[in-house]
Design a protein around this ligand. Sequence first.
Ligand code: PLP
Length: 378
Amino acid sequence: MTYDPETATFLIAGPVRIHPRVLRAMSMPSLNHRGDYFHGVVAEIRELLPVLFGAKGHQVIVTGSGTAGLEAVYSCLVPKEGRTLVLTNGNFGDRTNTLAHRYSNNVTTLSAPWGQPVSIDSVNAELAKGDVKAVCLVHNETSVGLANDLQSLAPAIRASGSLFLVDGISAIAGLPFPIEAWGVDAVVAGSQKGLAAPAGLALVHLSDRAVAALHPGAFYLDLAAHLKSIEKNDTPWTPAVPLFLALREALLILKEEGLEHRLERTHRLAEASRAAVDVLGLELFPDRRHASDTVTAVKNPTGMGDPEFRKVLERQYNILLQGGQAALAGKIFRIGHMGIADWPDLLVTFAAIERILGKAGTLPKPGAALREIVDRMP
Ligand code: PLP
């Protein structure tokens, strides 16, 4: 078998597999993006966005990938006066740090080794020093398969009075994320992750406080301009019309499934993946207590780099997993099990991994990984 994108088992950490309904939704003739039909599409999307965020609020759609949403938030909300605190423990946290430095001259960065949690005491200590006007962090660090503990971090951030700005790109519709209870001011979701729409749109949720604090940011990504337009079911610039059609359908599918149900399935798939990894004699990359439910990151089997492992999965078994980023390239592999990923995807994937390890003579117990998955199926 060779890799076939039409039939592959597709479990990279986003973009994720897309439902055929969503693919079909994009196949429409050109629409007038200033016409009534398209305004109706935007109106429906606005009705549906609270299903995605699990909260009502000021919500806009930015044409551009997740990073466009992040740049919109940081350019319009990272304060010009006072300190900005950034937490990082992976590649996307490092990118947040780069972005924050682009828009502030007064950034304090708290780093932990990739895959390890940032110490909550150190965050509290920085906040206690005062003058922190914004805290920026990644909820789910996709690069290392780690979920940062927002539940524990939120109270002190909230109490400090600073803006709480979150990269939720691989967390939204994948991890429990009570935006309002945690007092988060801005959250960015990416269309290509838990929502299972194509890549190319960023969805941004803002609190009242955030809206009041907006200042002019990057011109194309100016959030005030986006908010003003969406009030009229419009967009400031020419939007990616087919992606909006896909977004509407993906949101409808999420509504039909229910956010709670999607979170529950994602969690169970993650638990099954971790249990299967254990019995294969493999090791999770991140601190296990903080392992993500949307992405499982695993150290490569001993003696196998990407050519011996991930590329065999792709070329021989038509299964796509993701590799490591930056210094982790060739050292870890990542299984994305968010969006519409389901049990058959895991069964096929772990069956092939068992076969590869079996051929290498390093499979502890044939069938054990599949047993772990089957026993957790509903
Ligand atoms: N932040 C996180 C947590 C991500 O997972 C990603 C992409 O995987 C990004 C930011 C960047 O998003 P994009 O590639 O859609 O611009």
